[in-house]
Design a protein. Sequence first.
Length: 552
Amino acid sequence: VFARLEEWSEGFVDRFPGGGWKHAAFAPNVAAIIASLLLDLAWHWLTPAGRSLIREALRTKGIPFIEPFVEMSCYTMRMNQGARFLKGIILAHMAAAERLDDPALRATLGEYHKRLNACVEAQTRDDGTFNEGTGYGAHTLESTLLSYHAIARCLGRPVVEIVPDRLLRCLRFTLDAERTIAPGLAAFAAGPLGLAEFADQCEPQGFAAAWNPETHYFGVDALWSPATAARPRVAKVAPFSAYPRGGWVFMGDADPSKPRLSLESGFWADEGHAWKTKNALTLDSAGQTLLLTRQYANYNDSRFAATARTAAYNTFAPGGRSQSEDPRGNRGAELRVARDLGPIAVAESDAASAWTQGVRLALRRVVLLRPWIMLVDDTAELDEEETGVQSWNTLGSWGRTGKRSYRVAVGGVEAELHSLLPSDVEMADAEDSVHEGKRPVFRLAITSPKARTHRIATLVAVSAGDLKCGAPRINFYYSAGNMVKVVQGELLLKIVLTPAKASEKELRGCRTDGALFVSVLKRGKFDCACAFGATYLQTPKGRTEGAGFLSV
C-alpha cells in the first residue's frame, strides 16, 4: 500500500505546484521507516516484483524528500526532528541497496553516522540531560538507538563501538528521571551495550511492540533481553543524584520503595520547545506517583491548553501566570544548591528568568528529611503587586484535614500537606484537567494575598502501609520564629522559617542569620545543620561563614 501511494505527504497542498505550505519531512519519513522495516521483516514472503516496488518507492518518494532536512545546515538538525529524519533516511538507504557491504552505501551511512552524533550532541548536554525536556528526549533517544543499530549492521561493527559516550549518559539519566525505562531501551543497553545495570529493566515483549514501528522495535528487544530478566516495579536508583547542566536533582532513600523527590529546575532549550515546568516537583513512593508532573496532551487535543500551563505542575507562579515560551537569554532556572547531607538532602533553584517580565526572584528551597518529610519554601520578588500561587497536582482527590492542611491518598500511599507560611493564605482544591490525555488530576492551590514579595512554605509528610520507623510526629511553634519540629524514628528535625530569633537553648547551640535554618539531631545529639541565605552558621561541631548556603 505504501509503495503504490502516489505521494508520501500529509496532503495534496504539500506537493501541489506553487503551494506554499510545507511541513518538513514528517510524512515521507514515517512512511520510509515503516516501509523499510516491513521490507526487512517480510523479505522472504515478498515476490521479487514486490521487493522492487517497495525499493523504488523508497528511492523516489522517501529519500529525496527527507534529504534536505538532514543536511547539517538545516534547522531540524538542532531539534529532535533531525534524529528522527536521520532514522528514516538511514533505513531507506539500507533497504534500497542491493548489498549491505556495498562501499558506496557504507560511505553514505558513515556520513549519516557523523550527522547523527552531531544531532545527539545538539539535543543533549554532557551530563546526559535533554534540551527539550525528558519526554521529548526519551522519545528521541528511543528513535536514535535503532538508527545506531542499523548503522552498525551495515558497517559490520559492534553497536557499542559506534554509540557516543554521551548517549550512554542519556540512558542513565532517563532511568534516574523516570525510575524505570522503556523495555526496548533497557534491552538495547543491557544487550548490545553490555550495561549490566539495565538488565533488571528488560521485559521481553516479542512482536507485541509492533503497533508503532516509528518508535518501537518489532520485537528486537526480545532478542536483546536476557531470557530470565523481569522488570521490577520500582528500579534501583541512587539515593541522591544531581545534573547541574540540565537542572535536575533527585533525592530519595537507599530503599527504592520509599519516597523519592525530583526537582526540575529546567534549563531553556537553545532550539525547539520550552516547557513551562521550571522548579516543578514530583514525588513518588512504593511505585505510586503521589505528586504528579503530568504530561502534555497532544497539540491538536482540545485539552492541550489546560495541561500546557504552569499551574498544571507542582511549582510556584506569580498571579498564577504561566511561564513564558519565549526564553529570556536561553536560560532556565538557576540551580544554586544540590547537596546530600546524609539525614537530609537539600536543593535551591531560582526560576525568575522563566517569566519575561515582572519577576525578579522566584526562589525555591527544598529539604527532604529521609525518608518521609519534605519542606518546600518559595520566595518571590515581583515588580508589581500580584498574588503568589503554589500548585500541588495529584491523581488522588485532596481532602481538607484542618484550616491549613490537606490529605491525599494514591494507592496505598498517603501524604498530608501543611501550609506553614504565611498565615493568611487561601487553600482551594478542585479537579483540574487531565494526565496523559485521559486521567483526571486534582489540584490544590495555595494562594497568598497580593504583594510585591511573597513567601509560601509548605510541609509534606508521606506515610505508607509499612512504616518501619513509625509515623512522623510534627509539632508547629508559630510563635517561636515559625519553628517546626519533626520526630522521625531516632531523628529530630528542627526548621526555622524566618531569620533565627529562637533562643540558644531551643536551637541546641546553633545560630545563624539565614532565612531558612535546618538542624538534625540523631539520638538526641547534633548530627548536621544547614542554612539558606546565610552569612554564618554556628553549630556544636563548629562555625562556618560565607554567603548563601552553609552547612556543617
